[in-house]
Write a protein of this length. Structure first.
Lengths: 225, 457
């Protein structure tokens, strides 16, 4: 089970985030300041920490630095609106992402998933085929100077196909790798997503194309311009 | 109450009194300084003539009587002490005996020229024996002294009369004219004041019919303009309040209704979830409404804002896209953009609100698996930010109204109750404040494109 540490001196935010994360299937550890956080994670494996910037005594940046250096835990910072400098500081102290308060719980959930996925798959962060660049860190597809942000499932599908050009992927393989073993949908889901990816890509480039291999699955073709 | 009328009349009378006194003093001073000598010289010549003739007369007494009758006051004395007055009598008959002696001893007397200077006494009119000229003459071996002054009373009594009437008529006419003139001034002021009272009672249906080209006419003109504006604002305010109360009231009623439904024990889980969802949506809507009302009031207060700074529009757009990425993912919408760094001068918070409103609209009214395309075109002096979605679009009739406060496209068609009808009016107001413009192009069921054009400086 994935464990997440939340550190915030605001008890209401702490509880709210706890409820959402628990419901999303995470195991949650709470701490209301930096010292408490460092004490509570002794001997426990934590996958990710959500840290508020403004805290008494040890601030979020200091805590982030310790979590990164001593425990190698990825960190998402919570910052107040308008604290533009915080972002730079945050990334310098080693945080992986930040969320601006006030935030939708769903936004935080999305960021957590994104960061966890990034750490989960130790494949190449950036994959370039022709003029198409796939950036797994920012989940962006770049074609020339055009940037395309796709829904995550579509992005992962494309990312998998592009990692091994010309190799044929069966629908089952794609479902298992993208949606997971306990996915309840059928092959149609893959087809729908592939169709959408094609639509979105044709507007931007004709260097790569997803080809249907009848009766088997899909492969990504690279066409030199 | 002291009216303007009485003030005008009193002021006029005071001015007349004052100018009369000043005029008297100035002319009296002038007499003493200049005219007195001249007068003395003139009269001295006449007196000398009289004396010359007197010497040749057979009957001195009758000669002097006749001479006096032609408009002079005379006083004659001889060395043996005989004295006599001819013509009009002097008011003050005292004359120092040294003076008489002096003239009898063949000297002349310049009484007019040396008449004492007094502020409130006109030397010219002073009917005194000292205010004369004296000449000596010899008649039948005896020396005489002749003191003479013109008989002003005789010569000028008609003039007095005429002048007096003239002044009385002038004063009366002036007062009447002032009354009429002040009425012409006061009347429009009274009209203004009664109109103001009406406005105090919140009656904006007031029009002043004052047609003048002077300052009061201008005042009336700007008053009419002001009242028209106030009336408009009042109407706007009232419709705004009624709109707001309606928009707060309806979600509250829904929440009340659905919480009551939830009290029932026989609900299935689906029903319960559906009711909770409704309550959730309605609280969201109210929260959004109050937020946007806050933005609107700050915009109204700022009016012509001054805190302009250089704003990196591209960075703002990227930040907002990141912020709503979870929502994009949830609705399976893709965003594509090609954003070079573009800087405009403006209020960063306000511009952020513009992009946020436009982007959340593009998400809200998009179809699942739809897309949003963002482009920035930089030109010489302006920047164009275009946002194209693949949403439900707008009917031509709706396109003209979307920027109006509280206008909302039909709920049944948009499949949402989230909107407050304020988002785009806020967008428009902010862009107007920045001296920019916003255009909308839309095809029903295909999508909508907003183009925001902002000047760089």
């Amino acid at each position: 089970m994935t464990s997440i540490l939340i550190v915030d001196d605001d008890i209401n935010i702490l509880n709210l985030v706890d409820i959402y994360l628990t419901r999303a299937g995470y195991r949650v550890f709470k701490a209301s300041d930096g010292m408490e956080a460092l004490e509570s994670i002794e001997g426990i494996h934590i996958n990710l920490a959500v840290v508020d910037v403004m805290m008494p005594e040890m601030d979020g940046f200091q805590l982030t630095q310790q979590l990164r250096e001593d425990f190698d835990i990825p960190v998402i910072l919570l910052t107040a609106k308008g604290e533009m400098d915080d972002k730079e500081k945050g990334f310098r102290s080693g945080s992986d992402d930040y969320v601006v308060k006030p935030f939708e719980p769903k936004e935080l959930l999305f960021r957590i998933q994104a960061v966890l996925r990034r750490y989960d798959k130790q494949s190449d962060m950036v994959n370039k085929v022709g003029e198409v660049t796939i950036n797994r860190k920012s989940y962006e597809v770049q074609v020339g100077n055009q940037i395309l942000l796709m829904p995550l499932k579509e992005f992962e599908l494309l990312s998998l196909l592009i990692s091994r050009p010309n190799q044929v992927f069966t629908r089952n393989y794609l479902i298992e790798n993208i949606w997971g073993l306990d996915f309840e949908g059928d092959d149609r889901t893959v087809d729908v997503h592939i169709k959408r990816i094609r639509e979105r890509l044709t507007k931007l480039t004709d260097v790569i194309a997803i080809v249907t291999v009848r009766g088997v699955g899909y492969r990504l073709e690279v066409r030199q311009p | 109450m002291r009216t303007l009328y009485s003030k005008f009349v009193i002021t006029t009378i005071l001015i007349m009194l004052f100018s009369t006194i000043v005029g008297f003093m100035v002319s009296n001073t002038y007499y003493h300084q200049t005219v007195k000598q001249e007068n003395d010289r003139k009269n001295m010549e006449i007196a000398k003539g009289m004396a010359e003739f007197a010497v040749t007369q057979d009957n001195l007494d009758s000669y002097l009587k006749h001479t006096a009758a032609s408009g002079y006051q005379l006083y004659v004395i001889n060395s043996s002490g005989q004295e006599k007055f001819y013509g009009g009598s002097f008011r003050d008959k005292t004359l120092a005996s040294e003076v008489k002696e002096k003239v009898l001893n063949s000297d002349v007397y310049h009484g007019m020229e040396n008449f004492p200077k007094e502020t409130f006494v006109t030397g010219f009119f002073a009917n005194e024996l000292t205010n004369t000229v004296g000449v000596p003459f010899t008649y039948q071996g005896e020396s005489y002294a002749l003191f003479m002054r013109p008989n002003i009373e005789l010569l000028f009594s008609e003039v007095h009369f005429v002048l007096g009437w003239m002044i009385i008529v002038m004063v009366i006419l002036s007062i009447i004219a002032v009354l009429i003139g002040s009425r012409m001034l006061v009347n429009p002021i009274r009209k203004l004041s009664s109109a103001t009272n009406k406005v105090v009672e919140e009656d904006f249906d007031v029009h002043l019919d004052i047609n003048r080209k002077d300052e009061i006419g201008q005042l009336a003109g700007s008053f009419n303009e002001m009242i028209a504006r106030l009336g408009e604002l009042d109407k706007m305010r009232k419709s705004f309040i009624s709109n707001v109360s309606h928009d707060i009231q309806s979600p509250l009623l829904n929440i009340q209704g659905y919480t009551r439904l939830l009290e029932s024990n026989t609900l299935t889980k689906e029903e319960k979830d559906a009711y909770i969802q409704v309550i959730h949506d309605e609280t969201n809507r109210m929260s959004m409404l109050t937020k946007q009302l806050l933005v609107l009031t700050t915009l109204d207060q700022k009016g012509n804002f001054r805190n302009k700074e250089m704003v990196d529009v591209t960075a703002q757009l990227k930040e907002i896209i990141q912020k709503y990425r979870w929502l994009l993912d949830e609705k399976e919408i893709a965003v594509s953009y090609s954003l070079d760094e573009v800087i405009v001068s403006g209020d960063p918070d306000m511009l952020y609100t513009v992009w946020e409103n436009l982007l959340t609209n593009a998400i809200k009214y998009n179809r699942p698996d739809g897309s949003i395309e963002l482009t920035i075109i930089e030109r010489q002096s302006e920047v164009e930010i275009a946002l194209q979605d693949t949403g439900i679009g707008l009917a031509p009739a709706e396109q003209g109204q979307i920027f109006e406060r509280f206008y909302r496209a039909d709920d049944a068609r948009t499949h949402t109750t989230e909107g407050t009808g304020l988002g785009l009016s806020i967008v428009k107001q902010i862009i107007d404040m920045h001296g920019g413009r916003i255009n909308v192009r839309s095809v029903l069921d295909e999508g909508t494109a907003f183009n925001v054009i902002l000047p760089k400086m």
